[in-house]
Design a binder for this molecule. Sequence first.
Ligand code: GDG
Length: 730
Amino acid sequence: MTGKTIIVSNRLPVKIQEKEGVYHSSASEGGLATGLGSVYQNGDNVWIGWPGTEIVPEKQQEIIGQLHELSLLPVFLSQQEISEYYEGFSNEVLWPIFHYYASTYSNYRQSNWEFYQQVNQKFADAVLSVAKPGDTIWVHDYQLMLVPALVREKLPDVSIGFFLHIPFPSFELFHLIPWRNELLQGLLGADLVGFHTFDDVQHFTHSCARLLNVNLSANIISLSDRLVVAEAFPMGIDEQKYASLATSDQVKSEIKQLKSSLNGARIVLSVDRLDYSKGILQRLLAFEELLRKYPEFIGKVVLYMIVVPSRDTVPQYKHLRDEIDKRVGNINSLFRTINWSPVHYFYRSFPIETLSALYACADVALVTPMRDGMNLVSKEYVASRTDNTGVLILSEMAGSSRELIDAMIVNPNNTVMMAETIKQALEMPVEKQQSRMVKLRKNVSKFNVTHWVKIFMERLREVKELQQSLHTRYISEVTVKAIYKIYAKTCRRIFFLDYDGTLVGFNADPKKASPDEGLYRILQDLAADPSNTVVLISGRDYQTLENWFGHIPVTLIADHGAWQKLNGTWESMPSLDDQWKKTVYPVLETFSDRTPGSFIEEKTYSLVWHYRNVGTGLGELRAGELINNLHYITSNQGLQILPGNKVIEIKNIEVNKGRAVSAMLHQSQYDFALAIGDDHTDEDTFKAMPDNSVTIKVGSSSSAAKYYLNDVNEVRGLLQGFAKAVVVND
Ligand code: GDG
């Protein structure tokens, strides 16, 4: 990579603290800081973010200087910006919705949204103050979803990646947010949008398709100027750090102290930031259930619960803290003995060495969030188990449960089952613990944070290359001029033009997509030149083509080549059979009955199932099912199944546009041949064209065509130019 890399996140990877008017910075141990350390501390690279505290204006220059030494660039935020952008919008709108806490905790205030926009602009300005074309920018997390588009606006060709650390919710939740479209458009400023899991990718692409009406093909979103790739990159940790910490002298002595303080009681460990998404209250209920149902554990097991203070200025978090206090008090008062307390609860953070000692000591780690993007604690526990013992109980709602499949997976709402699972974990024989832990450790070690950074950056480079290769295929003005020049010098020319999606846009009712005056004029002008043969080659039935174009001097090929109008009369391909329709029609009928908005079109030699008016998602789902069913029925019947633009067409294998095109090309010698089309069926046309011809696909997805144009308007513009081309070049 040539340019520098710029990391952008809400918080810088250092903590700034003020002591008697002097500011000090100390490194933060977060997973992101560790993983990206190797990136931002290299060459000209830089990390942009908020220093985590309000800095008075007269001290800002000094802080900029201090942080510059560490390759960091601060974005200063006022108290009001922090409370509206960070606490108000990020933590009271995005966080709850994205963690499936819609109605209870989300608060939609216009002024919070305005501050979110304003602060995102501030971050984008900071990026733009250092970014140059050729640089790579990697933006992190839900606080900065608008930054990619804001940067793209000013630096259209720069490489931008975005990674979301929290889950992306299903459409049903996401579309509740009043500013959902703006948020998606912000993200689509990136070239690559990364998530922890494949579910998140699907939720995101689905929301884009439903709300923005963009073209979606698997995980690729096509915009008019670019394509954007969405992909899962499960984040890892610095597993070696945790493994070696666990065996360091300092940690060993902490382990000793801890063990002696517990009088041989076994440890169930829980570590989280204070957050309602972490399932802390449910976990306490499960532990209480364990003690109630299995009193043999009284005096033998403790729940060691660390809750790291976080966002406690937000009212819901304060309330949660009070609830935890109450429930811990309740359990302790119910079960405590003279020399044993069931819950050891700490509402504060500890140095990493203490955390590591706890990971190394804990017989069971109880990681049961209600919803979590990934959850690094589960991976840190695994990495710390250097002797391969210990049991991880993991919520199925944590992103990490997709990878750590050898954990004991639980539903965090099922407190009864969680209690049973804790019991099983405490009673699990060592060999069984080891056989599970070995597999878990392999996974955590292979997919570590360095690997995560590496594959994200590699993919971002690949996406840029993909975009560039497509870009070169887009017909530039220079190419258009060259085509017009050749056109002007030739005298036996043929044009194969598809109709729907090429010459006219799509309409919910196919009958309404009729030609307009402008299109008639373009075709008539083109056909007026005696050197030109203009062929309309469509999947439409011949009656429709006759009605629409019978009166103008163009050659018509209907039904993908099953019908042709030669010398003024329509002729069908000889010896085509349509008996198969009797078996296929009832299948299509069943699907139409089950899928509101879909309908069947019958043509002479084909049947078409249309699903343009079916809700997004359901249409695609049914289309997939239909294709599966049809494959079974149509095998050995000489039929082909053609998925098109919101249609599935079934027809005889002999009928395809390519055959019709070849036949026409053989009838005469042409010195200029051009074909334009937009869907699967036009690929046969492109393949049948001679090497020196001009083939153009409408839309930028992969194709056998040499070039592509974006839409119908661009096609019409190109065709209009031919009439003028001759005049200019004469
Ligand atoms: C977000 C997403 C996603 C905890 N207590 C102490 C301490 N910690 C450290 C842990 C761990 C980190 O905090 C917590 O990370 P999680 O991943 O568990 O959760 P979030 O903070 O909610 O993170 C999450 C993550 O982003 C990364 O993408 O996995 O889903 O919500 O590293 O070790 N560290 C120290 N003392 C403590 O007392 N030093």
